[in-house]
Write a protein that binds this ligand. Structure first.
Ligand code: MG
Ligand code: ZN
Length: 215
């Protein structure tokens, strides 16, 4: 099947560039996280809270991926963190080449942690390695408890699951225990954090884990 072969070639080329990114990041001692989720799960809010918690304890940089606008980069820039916006102009995922180009614009010398906020999409970002050390998937309680079963590749490829918008649980039909159970069925090795960017719950635990396990 020629179509399959072309797709494989595209992914192979992506993986080759991702490997180069990984070598560069290791050499500069930068730990890179590929932050993935569906749109509106609160990735950027989580980033803002995490940056506030880690300020002064660790040097962060951010790459923002969006289909359009630099609104998210503006939010991060307000926190005085180096940030590069990638606008994909319609593409629904980041590719290693785009990250490679963005990395040139960041002085990696004194960065400990780079967070790459991917385009909001639970499908193809799972297939595109960017050169990160790990993927962190955010699932918000407003999305229900069945997402891990519907988008297994993303949950299988992630090392950490952050269940966000915990403050809304009383108003929703989302069963957090079932969401966790579904995620663990796909990937028993997942480390799970429960957060709320409105109340701030869980942000300290997640940030503390980053501090302890990175660098
Ligand atoms: Mg965002
Ligand atoms: Zn895509």
């Amino acid at each position: 099947m020629p179509i399959v072969r072309i797709e494989r070639k595209v992914l192979q080329k992506n993986d080759d560039i991702a490997a180069l990114n990984r070598v560069l990041l290791r050499k500069k001692r930068v730990f890179a996280i590929n932050l993935v989720s569906s749109p509106g799960s609160g990735k950027t809010s989580l980033l803002e809270k995490t940056i506030a918690e880690l300020k002064g304890k660790m040097n962060l940089a951010v790459i923002e991926g969006d289909v359009q606008t630099d609104l998210d980069a503006q939010r991060i820039a307000r926190l005085n963190v180096p940030v590069v916006q990638i606008v994909t102009n319609g593409a629904c995922h980041l590719e290693a080449k785009l990250v490679q180009d963005a990395l040139v614009k960041i002085d990696l010398a004194d960065i400990d942690l780079l967070i790459i906020e991917n385009v909001g999409n639970l499908v193809c970002p799972a297939a595109y390695d960017l050169g990160e050390a790990m993927k962190v998937v955010v699932a918000s309680t407003t999305e229900g408890d069945d997402k891990p079963l519907k988008y297994p590749a993303m949950f299988r490829n992630a090392s950490v699951l952050i269940i966000n918008k915990m403050d809304l649980v009383p108003y929703l039909n989302c069963r957090v225990d079932l969401l966790k159970e579904n995620a663990m069925r796909i990937n028993p090795g997942l480390l799970v954090f429960e957060t709320s960017c409105s109340t701030g719950s869980g942000i300290r635990e997640w940030s503390q884990w980053l501090l302890t396990n990175i660098g």
